[in-house]
Design a protein around this ligand. Structure first.
Ligand code: DQQ
Length: 494
């Protein structure tokens, strides 16, 4: 892929990473906690206060999505602990209750019955002053052990693995008094990081993979085993990769550290996901003797998308959400009072070529209002199949604006698909049409092409004027262009 274009996806994710470094260096958490106490609030109560004094302003912000999930205000990043239990989907996510910028990581929480509409729940976890997660409750996953909902996450600083349980049906969470459950990486390994546990159960035994890596070698995951989610035995490296070869201060920037591993069985194969260098990669392969051997690899999204997490739904579908980072400067999203959105739920399958197939959740069609030939208010969908001649340009454009809101281009010669500033390789089979589904939601654009390429982009400051289609007439089929029903009456998603 073109390095320049690659850089866009990369910088979206690196912006917040430097915030994180600055934050930890200046011990801002200590300062904020002090501020809370001086206002007569316990740090915990203050940190979990969900009041939203900016609700009116946020509700009127046309950049805010209307059918993607996002918190009612403030910063969010990675999806965490996605789980289906007792008829409800639970979505946890990295959340900063103090504004539209990364810091003081909490776990936000929301629930859904249908994967379209979400109910905000009280913040699930905040950093505990003096505890192993005093500098942040970082990413992780969820499991049900002996009927008890359990969250497994990374506490910082240093990076250790921790546990919390709920005895009131996911409402409140009690941190395990003997945290951390894993106090650090194996003693004989010098690693670049140790975070983002992903747990699963096999024949009554729990397994956990943790993201890690080695300098000048590459990112990796380590596997552990437990009978009770509390006492863990380290087994061995689970899988590993190669770094970019270009040294970087932060090992995530060079591929020497893998973040947010996710691992599951799918269509008779096994799939491993990890995030590094501002991108999300997938491997399809074989799982044997608690080691994973990759057979194919690919990129899950070629735009602004990171740190995804999946769930198995009651119909046996593997559903994935990723974090859609901002691509605008920190000062702008800080001033806006919110940052980040969750992607739409994506259904994963393994194709006959042993590569991932990625499609939007079919239920999204329930939100379709009318095939009106226009999208009003930046809240809609375009579906279009085309037999592209050599080059095809498809635009969604407001007549009054000089620049298209979305410009999709397919080059048959380069076998490349682009959407605004991002591009992805896409080789079409002979006589295979280009099959596009584009979701428009405020500043969020999500493009799915031929079940195998996704590009997520951000477009800020567009006026909510009608968006019209400009596309080649020849070989068109399956056209649907119109509005989708917002899932929230006020852009606050509840
Ligand atoms: N985000 C979390 C980390 C994870 C990173 C911190 C990935 O646990 O490695 O907010 O976006």
């Amino acid at each position: 892929m073109n390095d320049d274009k690659d850089q866009h996806a990369f910088s979206a994710v690196t912006n917040w990473r430097s915030d994180r470094r600055r934050f930890l260096q200046t011990s801002l958490l200590g300062g904020l906690t002090g501020l809370a106490s001086s206002h007569g609030l316990s740090p915990f109560a203050w940190a979990t206060d969900n009041a939203n004094p900016d609700a009116a302003r946020l509700a009127a912000d046309p950049n805010r999505p209307q059918y993607h999930f996002l918190p009612a205000a403030n910063w969010m990043n990675d999806p965490n602990g996605t789980i289906f239990h007792d008829g409800l989907f639970h979505m946890f996510y990295q959340y900063n209750p103090h504004g539209g910028f990364w810091g003081t990581m909490h776990w936000g929480h929301a629930t859904s019955r249908d994967l379209l509409h979400w109910q905000h729940q009280p913040v699930a976890m905040a950093p505990s002053p003096g505890g192993p997660d005093k500098d942040g409750v970082f990413s992780g996953s969820a499991g049900i052990h002996n009927g008890v909902p359990t969250l497994i996450y990374t506490g910082v600083n240093p990076e250790v693995q921790c546990l919390a349980t709920s005895i009131d049906g996911f409402k409140t969470w009690q941190k395990y008094p003997a945290n951390p459950i894993i106090a650090g990486p194996p003693k004989d390994l010098t690693v670049t990081g140790f975070r983002d546990p992903c747990v699963w159960q096999e024949g009554g035994v729990w397994y956990m993979v943790v993201g890690t890596g080695f300098r000048k070698i590459g990112g990796a995951a380590l596997i552990y085993r437990s009978s009770d989610l509390r006492k863990w035995e380290y087994l061995h490296p689970f899988c590993s990769g190669t770094w970019s070869g270009t040294p970087a201060e932060n090992p995530v920037d060079s591929g020497e550290m893998w973040e947010c591993p996710d691992f599951f069985e799918l269509d008779g194969k096994h799939v491993f996901l990890y995030s590094t260098r501002g991108k999300v990669f997938y491997n399809v392969g074989t799982y044997k003797n608690h080691r994973f051997a990759k057979e194919t690899e690919g990129q899950l999204d070629f735009g602004s998308y990171y740190a995804p997490k999946s769930v198995l739904d009651p119909r046996g579908r593997r559903i994935l959400w990723g974090w859609i980072p901002e691509t605008r400067p920190l000062a702008e999203h800080k001033a806006a009072g919110w940052a980040g959105s969750m992607s739409l739920p994506r259904v994963l399958r393994v194709g006959p070529d042993n590569r991932l197939r990625i499609t939007p959740l079919p239920e999204l069609e329930q939100l379709r209002v009318k095939n009106a030939g226009v999208i009003e208010g930046l809240c809609g969908e375009l579906t279009l199949n085309l037999i592209p001649a050599k080059d095809a340009v498809i635009e969604l454009k407001n007549e009054a604006a000089p620049k298209a809101y979305a410009r999709i281009q397919y080059s048959a010669v380069k076998q490349e698909l682009s959407c605004n500033e991002f591009s992805a390789p896409l080789a079409l089979e002979k006589s295979e049409p280009l099959q596009l589904r584009l979701f428009v939601d405020g500043s969020v654009l999500e493009l799915f092409a031929n079940d195998r390429v996704c590009i997520t982009a951000r477009v800020y400051g567009s006026k909510a004027n009608p968006l019209l289609l400009s596309a080649p007439q020849d070989g068109r089929s399956n056209l649907w262009l119109g509005n989708l029903q917002p899932v929230s009456s006020d852009r606050l998603t509840s």
